[in-house]
Design a binder for this molecule. Structure first.
Ligand code: SF4
Ligand code: SF4
Length: 116
C-alpha cells in the first residue's frame, strides 16, 4: 500500500496531473497538510478580542467539516467523535458556523454571554 508521502509526491508531480478538489469523494481522501499550532501573541490570545463566540449545539453529526475549515486550527475532535473549540484562540470569524451542514454552530455576541 502506498504511503501518504508517496501519494503526495505522486500528486505533486505536476500541477496539470494534480486532481481537482471535486474529484475527491470526500475530504477524508485529502492528503494531510502541516498546520501551525496557535500560541499566545504579544497582546495576549486571539480569544481576548473576539466579538462573536461559536457555540456547538446538541445534534452534531460528527462530520468534521468545521474542523477542516477552521483557519486557526482550534477545533479538536473529542473521544466521542464530536468536536470542541478552544476558545482561547478562536477569533470568532464564523467560518465554522457558515460551513456546518446541519447549522449546529451558533455565533453569539460575546457581550451577550453572562457567565464565563
Ligand atoms: S469562529 Fe473561526 S476561528 Fe473560531 S472555531 Fe470557528 S472557524 Fe475557527
Ligand atoms: S460541521 Fe457541524 S455537524 Fe459537522 S462536526 Fe462540526 S458541528 Fe458537527
Amino acid at each position: 500500500m502506498m504511503s501518504e508521502s508517496e501519494k503526495w509526491k505522486k500528486i505533486n508531480k505536476s500541477v496539470k496531473e494534480r486532481p481537482k478538489v471535486q474529484e475527491y469523494k470526500n475530504w477524508k481522501e485529502l492528503s494531510p497538510i502541516p498546520i501551525s499550532l496557535p500560541i499566545d501573541g504579544n497582546i495576549g490570545t486571539t480569544g481576548d478580542w473576539r466579538t462573536f463566540r461559536p457555540i456547538i449545539k446538541e445534534g452534531c453529526n460528527k462530520c468534521g467539516i468545521c474542523w477542516m475549515y477552521c483557519p486557526e486550527g482550534v477545533i479538536k475532535r473529542k473521544e466521542d467523535g464530536t468536536f470542541e473549540i478552544d476558545l482561547r484562540y478562536c477569533k470568532g470569524c464564523g467560518i465554522c458556523a457558515k460551513e456546518c451542514p446541519t447549522k449546529n454552530i451558533e455565533m453569539i455576541r460575546e457581550s451577550d454571554i453572562k457567565d464565563d
